[in-house]
Write a protein that binds this ligand. Sequence first.
Ligand code: KG4
Ligand code: ZN
Length: 342
Amino acid sequence: MEVTILGIESSCDDTSAAVLRGTTMLSNVIASQAVHVKYGGVIPELASRAHQQNIVPVIDTALKDAGITADQIDAIAFTRGPGLLGSLLVGVSFAKGLSLAKNIPMVEVNHLQGHILSHFIDLPDQQIPHPAFPFLCLLVSGGHTQIVKVNSPLDFEIVGTTIDDAAGEAFDKCAKVMGLPYPGGPVIDRLAHEGDPEKFRFAKPSVDGFDYSFSGLKTSFLYFLRDHVAENPNFIEENKADLCASLQKTIIDILLKKLIKASKALDIKEIAIAGGVSANSGLREAIEDEGRRRHWKTYLPPLKFTTDNAAMIAVAGYYHYLNGEQSELDVAPVARLEELLK
Ligand code: KG4
Ligand code: ZN
């Protein structure tokens, strides 16, 4: 009998719980928090409070949807970090409570590893192709941008990383200066369809090796808008779609340049993407186009597994559990990746 894993994810502004049997997803429930939209970004204190309200019903629903009771869980996988400390605390504390009450082992999961391993979630009625090891994963989320060499489900090497902002942050911050709602990534993606990606040119960074930088793009975008709005107050409104299309193309070009370089240098043609920004339709198309040109085998996660979800935490937890890893009751959440990797 395959093991049954409950996954809990609460690192940012989505409260999520999922049940997996082996790697097969039986349920995946996500409560998104609308409370942040009017502030144009996630307010940590409000996120923690919303997690506190959502966690019990979300876990309850995930168990019901999977048709199991808490007594049938073999292990509880939870996000230990990186993320917002107060948000993580809600999930970690719930995992501890349930572990104590039902005597179920806990397994901590690195949120970013979860994003990457989302490629290994199986659906009961649908075959999703899994990348072969070793593969390169372009991990693009709201907080991180990395190229990761994945040697096995538990063996990762960070090949390149952002030295400042993440790709998702570039989307969100540029959207904000255009007056678009939070999160800006999906809005820019939608508006970009109606715009000309060649209309405007923005600065592309030159960074050594396989690392990324997005803060220069953000700044040049801001100054570009400021100068044009000074001449024409309606500039943003009149050029919104072209601005979005051009900005999105610039971000995609930056992402692909280093990915191509890493693929060549490491001679790896199994290429996956993961994380919230991997939902971007332009990026997905560009990866597939590049893949055809370069004979890559490309892996795009199903859209529901791109943004934060507990199924990816559960599948990562599954591999750690099989490897004999368990967390102690004094485990504490950590906000930053560097602390987690210590
Ligand atoms: O992985 P995720 O859900 O949370 C973190 O772990 O950070 O990623 C959220 C990020 C946000 O920056 C959001 O704007 C971005 O993913 N995002 C997108 C799209 N959908 C979500 N960015 C570009 N295009 C999209 N379609
Ligand atoms: Zn995430």
